[in-house]
Design a binder for this molecule. Sequence first.
Ligand SMILES: Nc1ncnc2c1ncn2[C@@H]1O[C@H](COP(=O)(O)OP(=O)(O)OP(=O)(O)O)[C@@H](O)[C@H]1O
Length: 268
Amino acid sequence: MATELPVIVTSDLETATSGSETATPRDSSRAAIPEPTVRVNGLTRTFGERRVLDGVDLEIRRGEFVALLGRSGSGKSTLLRVLAGLDPGAKGEVEVEGTVAVAFQEPRLVPWKRILANVALGLQAPDPRAAALAALEEVGLGELHGAWPLTLSGGEAQRASLARALVREPDLLLLDEPFSALDALTRITIHRLVLDLWGRHGPGILLVTHDVDEAMLLADRVLVLDRGVIAHESRVDLPRPRHRDHRDLIALRSTLLTRLGVTLEGTT
Ligand SMILES: Nc1ncnc2c1ncn2[C@@H]1O[C@H](COP(=O)(O)OP(=O)(O)OP(=O)(O)O)[C@@H](O)[C@H]1O
């Protein structure tokens, strides 16, 4: 009889030799493990006296969806900026293979260009406008291609931002809290859209978020950045779409909140 393997594997990486509950992912029969798109070793970043990143080691495999949690000011955006090639002041080994695209918390659309022109901006493609239109249709904004950015709702602007990132067919998509300003219903819709786009385009994704549920519902692995290092990792091997009330996710939520320093006593 086959032994059931755990669907969630949790490791405190500061005590990696003893902290790992198990090291066997459920789908251990998975064929070849894809090569890393991101390989980071001993990454440090200091601002003045403050060492924000203090020897970060990180790998993201091709097509893997990774979420990064951490307290405010723990250095999540700093790490993402390094991976995006936007921070020349960092030290350590950083290898990122292929094309990188970033979507930020605020959609950063150019206000004096229409949506189609925003998505096509700087695009190296035989027909940038046709590619941009196809990307807008993919995120459900085809009809709004002629609109001005300031006339879009928050959710629509965020979809446009995703279209602009994905039209570049990135190997690595960096998402810096792109859903945090959206209302709860729009956020659920965009989560589905992101999973759908991820399934179709297959980039590696690093999602920086404050939202533990968002991380658990979307990612293959959830990391916690603490005191300048990746201090915790949980591998979530549950099929999607996931339900937040799943027994294993309830346990994981509690583990992650504790790891983030949130006290659960007195909460319901
Ligand atoms: N260019 C900079 N100059 C000086 N300090 C900086 C700079 N960029 C970031 N920092 C500092 O580094 C620390 C980490 O910032 P970062 O934005 O990476 O944190 P974060 O985890 O993304 O926070 P939050 O969740 O609040 O967005 C903060 O204390 C911030 O003030």
